[in-house]
Design a binder for this molecule. Structure first.
Ligand code: DOR
Ligand code: ZN
Length: 346
């Protein structure tokens, strides 16, 4: 039997939704994670400090008895966002980041940004106060192939923005390409990149070969194998520029197994066991704690968690639930397609 003990981890990119889905999925994250950066792409989106405060209250009210979990709130950047509202939300400690969705890039991004010039006053305020911008880094230009959208975003949006506003702190969310890995490696201290669990496991063949797998479809879509390998090298490198953001994104099965299926992999339930598998496979178990528990707080300027998580490798594979059942319907848990022998022990 092999075991490791790490400081309790955080998830630096998480979708919790609202109502019945929130109630169903929150225990899955709170079981292992102390904190999470909570995405604001509800319908309607979480745009103002008042909306973020109300959403935080609904999350805390949905926590199971005895659970300790701190939601770290974000605001959804729109072309109508008020710099003063963002500054007040940050000063009060309520809001830890602002999320940039290019309009049309992904689930519930219709209210996102079409013209970056229109949000420059907000971004300038954020740069002054040190509030990070979390970016969904894909262009939405119809002519750009979906597999190229991240690389084109880096060249045509992210890099020009950082030249214009070098002091803006930026998180490249859920990077999926060699170009994303390289950009983060070369950037200075004010930039970091999150990596999801599923992008360390999937390439695009997994989605498409032998029949379409709707539960492997997410955005940014998984890329070619060499990109996945670059993500593995980055995550397991020990470089503090990279840390865990699961992008666990629950949708009920009826909306995933659909003629126009929603994007998102639901990994909250088994992420830590899967990461132990991945890091062990790459001979980097000793770097899992950095990726999941240390680099994120360092970037966000937050204290490390108290408490630990114990991961144990057993002969018997982990029997993950196939689905979790919410009052809105069943949600399929990410199935990596191979046996996982790591278990998270209480
Ligand atoms: O796969 C995804 N699902 N990517 C996103 O960017 C959004 C997310 C969601 O909210 O479902
Ligand atoms: Zn997301």
């Amino acid at each position: 039997m092999q075991e490791i003990v790490i400081r309790r981890p955080d998830d630096w990119h998480l979708h919790l939704r609202d109502g019945a889905v929130l109630k169903g999925v929150l225990p899955e994250t709170a079981r292992h994670f102390a904190r999470a950066i909570v995405m604001p792409n509800l319908v309607p989106p979480v745009v103002t400090a008042a909306q973020a405060g109300a959403y935080r209250d609904r999350i805390l009210a949905a926590l199971p008895e005895g659970a300790t979990f701190e939601p770290l709130m974000t605001l959804y950047l729109t072309e109508g966002t008020e710099p003063a509202d963002v500054a007040a939300a940050a000063a009060s400690g309520l809001v830890k980041a602002v999320k940039l969705y290019p309009a049309g890039a992904t689930t519930n991004s219709q209210s996102g940004v079409r013209d970056l010039d229109r949000v420059m006053p907000v971004l300038e305020t954020m740069a002054e106060i040190g509030l990070p911008l979390c970016t969904h880094g894909e262009v939405t230009t119809p002519e750009v192939d979906i597999f190229d959208r991240e690389a084109v975003f880096i060249d045509t949006v992210l890099d020009p923005l950082r030249r214009r506003l070098p002091s803006l702190r930026v998180v490249m969310e859920h990077i999926t390409t060699e170009q994303g890995v390289a950009y983060a490696a070369e950037a200075g201290e004010g930039l970091a990149a999150t990596i999801t669990t599923h992008h360390l496991i999937l390439n695009r063949n997994n989605i498409l070969v032998g029949g379409i797998k709707p539960h492997y479809y997410c955005l940014p879509v998984a890329k070619r194998e060499h990109h996945r390998l670059a993500l593995r090298r980055a995550a397991t490198s020990g470089n503090p520029r990279y840390f865990l953001g699961t992008d666990s994104a629950p949708h009920v099965d009826a909306l995933k197994e659909h003629a126009c299926g929603c994007a998102g992999c639901f990994t909250a339930t088994n992420t830590m066991a899967l990461l132990a598998h991945v890091f062990e496979e790459d001979g980097a178990l000793d770097r899992l704690e950095g990726f999941a528990s240390l680099h994120g707080p360092a970037f966000y300027g937050l204290p490390l968690n108290d408490g630990t998580l114990r991961l144990v490798k057993r002969d018997q594979p982990h029997a993950f639930p196939e689905k979790i059942f919410t009052e809105a319907g069943p949600i399929t848990v990410f199935n990596p397609g191979f046996p996982v022998h790591w278990h998270v022990e209480a």
